[in-house]
Ligand binder design. Structure first.
Ligand SMILES: O=C(O)CCC(=O)C(=O)O
Ligand SMILES: [Fe+2]
Length: 302
């Protein structure tokens, strides 16, 4: 697998570029690129290596016009990146349990910033969403570049974050509860770059800080990551496939439409998010002082 990755943020080039038969069109100055000239149903190893390198560079790739993509080929595409994961409880596609159905009409709107499944000890490294049906307008999705969010913090703030962890919680009462603790700043296992790794939908608290400090720091980090200059917004057409690096992005599906919208998603099993700084000790709480989850997230668990 080729992993030729530049050290620096995704080049914010406005112009389209092409090479090796691929036509790459960046969709914002922060992250994201459309890739034309490839059939995901029928990928060569060399094309896969190119796609992998492009994902590391642009963080989210869009492949429009993939009408022919079968669920089998979708799963096989995922398997090229690593093991494919079966979602703990979202609905699945018939004989393909690895394909999760994304059906916002049935109540599963992912309209809050999130990292996929970050409440798991080893969250997916990548997600591959085949959007099958989408409204003629509306229903866009946004991604944020979490390297850029980290890079644009001040040096003293970055220093303060080193060695902190955050607890990510899924609570869907009364049946499902999962949680995991991850570094607030993770080091990407392939690029070696630092990125912010907290997210509004799942992150509950930072155990090394008092509750008030934790709430204030998280609020700042959420707002900082979600700034327009760190994001791209994609307008879908039916049968576009999006592939994102779930280690260095978060995303938000905009809920501004009434029409049918549906997708099929495959996720690639994760590694353990790590940092190269030792974990700081927990804050010593007084008496009955508690962290409360910021709220019960009765969301569907994207
Ligand atoms: O519907 C979308 O655009 C994205 C849904 C989502 O959050 C996901 O597939 O992980
Ligand atoms: Fe998601």
């Amino acid at each position: 697998m080729t992993q030729s990755v530049s050290e620096q943020p995704a080049p914010a080039t406005a112009a389209a570029s092409s090479g090796d038969g691929l036509d790459i069109r960046p969709v914002s100055g922060a992250l994201g690129a459309e890739v034309h000239g490839i059939d995901l149903n029928d990928l060569t190893d060399a094309q896969f290596d190119q796609i992998h390198a492009l994902m590391l560079e642009h963080l989210v790739l869009f492949f429009p016009g993939q009408e022919k993509l079968t669920p089998k080929a979708h799963v096989e595409f995922g398997r090229r990146f690593g093991e494919v994961e079966i979602h703990p409880f979202l609905p699945k596609l018939g004989e393909y349990p690895e394909v999760t159905l994304i059906e916002p009409d049935k109540g599963g709107k992912a309209d809050e910033w999130h990292i996929d499944v970050s409440f798991s000890p080893n969250p997916p490294i990548a997600s591959i969403l085949h959007l099958v049906t989408c409204p003629p307008s509306g229903g866009d999705t946004m991604w944020s570049n979490q390297y850029r969010a980290y890079d644009t913090l001040s040096a003293p703030f970055k220093e303060m974050l080193e060695g902190l962890t955050a607890v990510h919680v899924l609570q869907v009462p009364p049946v499902v509860e999962m949680s995991a603790e991850h570094p607030v700043v993770r080091v990407h296992p392939v690029t070696g770059r630092r990125s912010l790794y907290v997210t509004r939908m799942w992150t509950s608290h930072i155990p090394q800080l008092s509750r008030q400090e934790s709430d204030a720091v998280l609020q700042h980090l959420f707002e900082h990551s979600e700034q327009p200059s760190h994001i791209c917004r994609y307008r879908w057409t039916p049968h576009t496939v999006a592939l994102w690096d779930n280690r260095a992005t978060q995303h938000f599906a905009i809920n501004d439409y009434q029409e049918h919208r549906s997708g099929q998603r495959v996720v690639v099993s994760g590694d353990l998010p790590t940092s190269d700084t030792p974990r700081k000790p927990d804050y010593e709480r007084n008496g009955d002082e508690r962290y409360y989850p910021r709220r019960i997230n009765a969301r569907v668990g994207y």
